[in-house]
Design a protein around this ligand. Sequence first.
Ligand code: TPP
Ligand code: MG
Length: 364
Amino acid sequence: MIFKEFNPLEDKMLRIIDNDGKVINQDLMPELDDETIVKAYKDMLFERVADEMAVSYQRQGRMYTFPPNQGQEAIHIAAGMNMKEDDWLVPAFREMGVMLSRGVTMKEIFLYYNGNEQGSNFSDPKAKHVLPIAISIGTQYQHAVGIAYAAKYQGKDEVVFPFIGDGGTSTGDFAEALNFAQVWNVPVVFTVQNNQYAISVPVAKQTKSLNLAVKAVAAGMKSIKVDGNDFFAMYLAYKEAREHASSGKGPVLIEALTYRRGAHTTSDDPTKYRTKEEEEKWGLSDPLLRLKKFIDDKGIWKENEEELIVQKKKDVDKQFLEAENFTPYPLDDVFNFIYVDMPDDLKRQKEEYEQFITWKENRK
Ligand SMILES: Cc1ncc(C[n+]2csc(CCOP(=O)(O)OP(=O)(O)O)c2C)c(N)n1
Ligand SMILES: [Mg+2]
């Protein structure tokens, strides 16, 4: 129903609460009990706290480059809530909350960003259908369609949830994946997290497309543009998209319009290419603030948020220490097996890495 009403060719966007947390589209409000709404907020808060701590570990020189998730939590938690046990998560690299909701641990995420392969070897049985993080932009969309083809062929009720960014929609992989998903009529719920930047490139310089949801129209696919900072809108979009895909009606694409509140990665400085005013404006539609205002207006918040944050920080720190003290991988695995004769730049990298390990050891 929502796919007809919010036609991407008319640049319509699904929204249910406004920036003040007031319901502006009561007819579409999903039926969620108070407990579920509060739990969703707490999951978003946990992602935010863990994300801030990850940035801090990187700044302390204890972890490598990290891509912050701040501002994109409503998309992540709404997606996780609508995925069924056997569904597949096919992430890019800015979906930490979805990974957490599928049973991936912060320890594994920290291992990954410490360059340890074990960080892609998820231990929780709940995470059985989670693919590793995909850094090569666009590739994961192809994998997702292949998995969905296999699921359909085997007659399994499994829906595949791949993620990509706005910049990723300029890749050939993106267009090819959409085409084949629709031709094969396979169960995929594609998400485009339009956080409005591909590193320093704003969407307006990336594409002249009216919006990103219309990119699915030429493939013949149902698609919808959604306010990605509106938890309820994202919840409804995922619910309907999953129903559509699992009932054999084919794939769906959701464009979630959001804003990357942090840097692209810890190696980036966004002050070089965007203004404070722009950041402040988007800060007003922060997904956590909006959902919290709704919860407060309804009077269903019974906890001490400060205390909750302290607890969560302790938990994250414990998991970080476990990752930091995890058995290091043998250096040879990384450097020695690529070339018969190691080139000079790799030799230099190996030396630098050995110096880093020595620094880490001496610090203890
Ligand atoms: C094939 C490929 N080309 C270039 C890069 C370098 N790169 C990393 S992130 C990025 C921009 C991605 O932007 P977007 O798709 O909007 O995702 P976001 O980072 O905003 O989540 C680029 C170009 C890469 N990782 N892979
Ligand atoms: Mg982007």
